[in-house]
Design a protein around this ligand. Structure first.
Ligand code: AMP
Ligand code: GLY
Length: 424
């Protein structure tokens, strides 16, 4: 099988690494890729916002399968353009990717499918925002309705900060979604689907805030782990029944079947599970940890999903180990960052048993690996439990040196020491 992976982040590097380990995969090309991917596979430059350019690449390279990593090309219709050339594509159509591209649309689908989620109001003016904030009370949850690269959501007790964020979203032309605050641990579940059959991966948890103890602003994600040792044993079955299957059925009923991965982001509240968000692609950094525990091949599963044959696939096989992923971010992230800082210690990090370095914002300059983004790379480690995986991941993190970089020190800590509880 020849696979073209679209994207340039850690998610895509993790996918590339997994495909490379599989006997049925003959060739992997990444576009545009990053310095980590280019050391392992051919990379080709492409503007991921240009769906026809992606389809041209897929056609010229005679690929059997295109896997679109990020949300932007999906929302723009990259999967439609690829499929129009008769090539299998893992990723939803533009119409189905609206589940991620518009929070208001996602709420409509959830209401129709009776999927539990936070109550919410879509606002188009400062006055409406003010009224909604008053109605829901603190903590305030204010969201940009559209795509915002993981930075569109503000959760705060400070009403002025909530109003400020709403004003910024409205000023750039977005609607604003104000919603009820959900208290409880968060879970990410990736559900592979061909529009009808659905296969869950292992549930994982992301750490979204920039600082230890969940302090500071939200980011694209600072680290992740799996399995969720603290979660009820029927969690995945419950999410499939209450969330994933009804949503997939509702999308099919509308004539816009969802093909690809439905990322269910949930909070486990005292009232039961509630959807925080849907995404139309794998979550980064959760997928880095999850793929470390996937012992069966990924490519046939994604190909079957892309071609309507998921029901015929054997279930994925998961290791009983644990995996922890720690993101190393550039100085200033999630704000503006400087690029071009040299990255040291990558080989030392890779030598830690069970640890792997996955690149995100990296580039090659003068034959050195340098930074080129906010999240620079992630270190993922596997161990026989979370504590062993943490120890290896942090040994590898310590080996990597980048001027001014930062990371969280508490990824998977609460899960590993048993201090996460699900509200009853
Ligand atoms: P989203 O982009 O919608 O996933 O939001 C980013 C993060 O903001 C989530 O992972 C949560 O940590 C937080 N968040 C979003 N919505 C809510 C909510 N209704 N209640 C509490 N936290 C939320
Ligand atoms: N880890 C959060 C996301 O991918 O949206």
């Amino acid at each position: 099988m020849k696979i073209l992976v679209i994207g340039s982040g850690a998610r895509e590097h993790a996918l590339v690494q997994k495909f490379l380990s599989e006997p049925g995969v003959d060739r992997v090309v990444a576009a545009p890729g990053n310095a980590g991917m280019s050391a392992q596979v051919t990379t080709v430059d492409v503007n991921v916002a240009d769906s026809e350019a992606i389809a041209d690449l897929a056609e010229q390279g005679e690929f059997d399968l295109v896997v679109v990593g990020p949300e932007l090309p999906l929302v723009n219709g990259a999967a439609d353009a690829v499929r129009a050339r008769g090539i299998a594509c893992f990723g939803p159509s533009a119409a189905a990717a609206r589940l991620e591209g518009s929070k208001t649309f996602a709420k409509e689908v959830m209401a129709a499918a009776q999927v539990p989620t936070a109550s919410a109001v879509t606002c188009t003016s400062v006055e409406e925002v003010g009224e909604a904030l008053g109605r829901f009370g603190a903590p305030y949850v204010v969201k940009d309705d559209g795509l915002a690269g993981g930075k569109g959501v503000v959760v705060t007790d400070d009403r002025v900060e909530a109003e400020c964020h709403a004003r910024e979203c409205l000023a750039k032309g977005s609607d604003v979604v104000v919603e009820e605050y959900l208290a409880g641990p968060e879970v990410s579940l990736f559900v592979i689907t061909d529009g009808s059959a659905a296969v869950p991966f292992l549930a994982a948890q992301d750490h979204k805030r920039v600082g230890d103890g969940d302090s500071g602003p939200n980011t694209g994600g600072m680290g992740s782990y799996t399995p969720l040792v603290w979660a009820p044993s029927d969690l995945v079955a419950d999410i499939m029944e209450q969330v994933a299957r009804p949503t997939i059925a509702e999308m099919a009923r509308r004539g816009t079947p969802f093909v690809g991965v439905l990322y269910c982001g949930l909070a486990l509240t005292a009232e039961g599970l509630r959807v925080v968000e849907f995404n139309a692609r794998f979550g980064d950094p959760e997928i880095q940890a999850v793929l470390r525990l996937l012992d069966s091949p990924l490519a046939p599963l994604l190909q079957a999903a892309a071609s309507g044959q998921l029901a015929d696939q054997p279930d994925p096989v998961w290791s009983q180990d644990a995996a922890v992923c720690v993101v190393i971010a550039a100085e200033g992230y999630p704000g503006a960052v400087a690029n071009g800082d040299r990255i040291f210690g990558l080989d030392e990090a890779e030598r830690i048993p069970g640890a792997t370095v996955i690149h995100a914002g990296t580039a090659r300059a003068d034959n050195q690996i340098v930074t080129s983004g906010g999240r620079i790379l992630s270190v993922t480690a596997r161990g026989n439990d979370l504590s062993a995986a943490r120890e290896r991941a942090y040994r590898a993190v310590t080996a990597v040196k980048v001027r001014g970089s930062h990371h969280r020190n508490d990824i998977a800590e609460a899960a590993s020491d048993g201090s996460i509880t699900v509200p009853q």
